[in-house]
Design a binder for this molecule. Structure first.
Ligand SMILES: Cc1cc2nc3c(=O)[nH]c(=O)nc-3n(C[C@H](O)[C@H](O)[C@H](O)COP(=O)(O)OP(=O)(O)OC[C@H]3O[C@@H](n4cnc5c(N)ncnc54)[C@H](O)[C@@H]3O)c2cc1C
Length: 311
C-alpha cells in the first residue's frame, strides 16, 4: 500500500457538488490546488487501483444514491483561475465558464459569449464539448492541458476526439488547464450580446430549479423528423411527468427538476418513463446527455463516458 496523500478525505458527500442535488458519498475525496497535487493523487489512485471521478460544477452529473467507490476530485485554488495574455484567455480546468465569458467581455475579447449560460467549468466544458447558441467550444479552443497518473501533457483540439456532447477523454484524464484564443471587440458590444443571450435563456428555460440542464441529446434519427428531444418529450405528453421527487419540467420537457426530495433513482426512473413514451409515440431512442458517477441501474445503452480514454 502506498501512503494516501494527506489531502484525501474519506466518506465525503457529493450531492452538494451537483446542480440536481442527489446522490451519496465518495469513499475518497480531494480538492487539488495544483497540477503537482493532482498528478500525485492520480498516481496514488492508479497504484492502489482506486477508480477516479472528477466533478466540475456538477451541472451535467448524476451521482449514484449508493455513492462512488473511488476517489472523487474537485479542482480548487489556482486550478480555478482565469487570466488573459493578449487575446488568449487561460483558465484552470476548474474555472467557471460563465465567469470566463464575463471576464473576457470586460477584457474586450469576443468568442466565449456562448459560455455565459453554461453553468459548468472549463474542464467540464471540454470533456462534454459544451456548445450553445451556435457558439462552438472547438472554434475558440487553442490548447488543453490534461493530467493523468503519468504527468501532464498539452493537447490540441484535434486530439480531443470531439463529438456531439462528447470527447475522447477517459475518467482518469483530468483537464487541468484550458487556453482559449479569442478576438478583440468593444467590451460594450460583447456585453450587449451577453445580455441578449441571458434574456433568450430566461425565456426558453426554467430557472432557479435543481436540474442538470438537457437530459437527452437531440436525436439525429430520421424518425425524429428534425425535432429536438424537448419537442419529442413535449409531444409525447411528458411535461410535468413525475416519479418520486423528480419531474420533467412544465416549462421545458427535456429538463428534469428535483422537487426537493428526489433521489438519483427517481431521476433515472423519470428519464426512463419519458424515453419510453417517446419510443412508443415516435419510434425514437433518446440518448442521455447527463453523465453518471458511481454504479446505477441504467436503463439506456452506455455510449459516452465509459471509454478507456485517450492513448
Ligand atoms: C441550467 C443548465 C443549462 C445548461 N445549458 C447547457 C448548454 O447550453 N450547452 C451545453 O453544452 N451544456 C449545458 N448544460 C450542461 C452542462 O452545464 C455542461 O455539460 C457543462 O460543460 C458541464 O460542466 P461541469 O463542470 O458542470 O461538469 P460536470 O457536470 O461536473 O461533469 C460532467 C462530465 O465532465 C467530467 N469533467 C468535469 N470536469 C472535468 C475536468 N476538469 N476534466 C475532465 N473531465 C471533467 C465529469 O467527470 C463528467 O463526466 C447546462 C446545464 C444546466 C444545469
Amino acid at each position: 500500500m502506498t501512503q494516501r496523500p494527506e489531502i484525501v478525505e474519506v466518506d465525503h458527500p457529493l450531492w452538494r457538488l451537483t446542480t440536481v442535488r442527489t446522490g451519496g458519498d465518495a469513499d475518497f475525496f480531494a480538492k487539488p490546488e495544483s497540477v503537482d497535487q493532482l498528478v500525485e493523487l492520480l498516481a496514488w489512485a492508479e497504484t492502489e487501483a482506486v477508480a477516479v471521478g472528477i466533478i466540475g460544477s456538477g451541472s451535467n452529473l448524476l451521482v449514484s444514491d449508493q455513492g462512488f467507490r473511488g476517489l472523487a476530485l474537485k479542482l480548487a485554488g489556482p486550478l480555478t483561475d482565469i487570466e488573459h495574455q493578449g487575446t488568449r484567455v487561460i483558465c484552470g480546468g476548474g474555472a467557471r465558464l460563465p465567469s470566463a465569458a464575463a471576464k473576457s467581455a470586460g477584457w474586450g475579447l469576443t468568442g466565449l459569449e456562448f459560455g455565459i449560460n453554461i453553468p459548468g467549468t472549463a474542464g467540464g466544458a471540454v470533456r462534454m464539448n459544451a456548445n450553445a447558441y451556435g457558439g462552438r467550444l472547438a472554434d475558440v479552443l487553442e490548447e488543453v492541458e490534461v493530467c493523468d497518473g503519468n504527468g501532464v501533457r498539452s493537447l490540441s483540439p484535434d486530439e480531443l476526439g470531439f463529438g456531439y456532447r462528447s470527447s475522447a477523454l477517459g475518467s482518469g484524464q483530468i483537464v487541468s488547464g484550458v487556453t482559449f484564443q479569442l478576438a478583440p471587440d468593444e467590451p460594450e458590444t460583447i456585453k450587449e450580446r451577453l445580455a441578449e443571450m441571458r434574456a433568450w435563456r430566461r425565456e426558453a428555460q426554467p430557472s432557479g430549479i435543481k436540474t442538470f440542464g438537457s437530459t437527452f441529446k437531440n436525436p439525429d434519427d430520421p424518425a425524429a423528423d428534425g425535432r429536438s428531444a424537448g419537442q419529442l418529450l413535449d409531444l409525447a405528453g411528458c411535461r410535468g411527468l413525475t416519479v418520486g421527487g423528480a419531474r420533467l419540467s412544465e416549462k421545458h420537457a427535456n429538463f428534469i427538476e428535483n422537487m426537493g426530495e428526489a433521489t438519483t433513482a427517481d431521476v433515472i426512473a423519470v428519464m426512463a418513463a419519458g424515453s419510453d413514451r417517446v419510443r412508443t409515440e415516435f419510434g425514437v431512442e433518446l440518448e442521455p446527455e447527463v453523465q453518471v458517477l458511481g454504479e446505477v441501474d441504467w436503463p439506456f445503452p452506455r455510449v459516452s463516458g465509459d471509454d478507456g480514454g485517450l492513448n
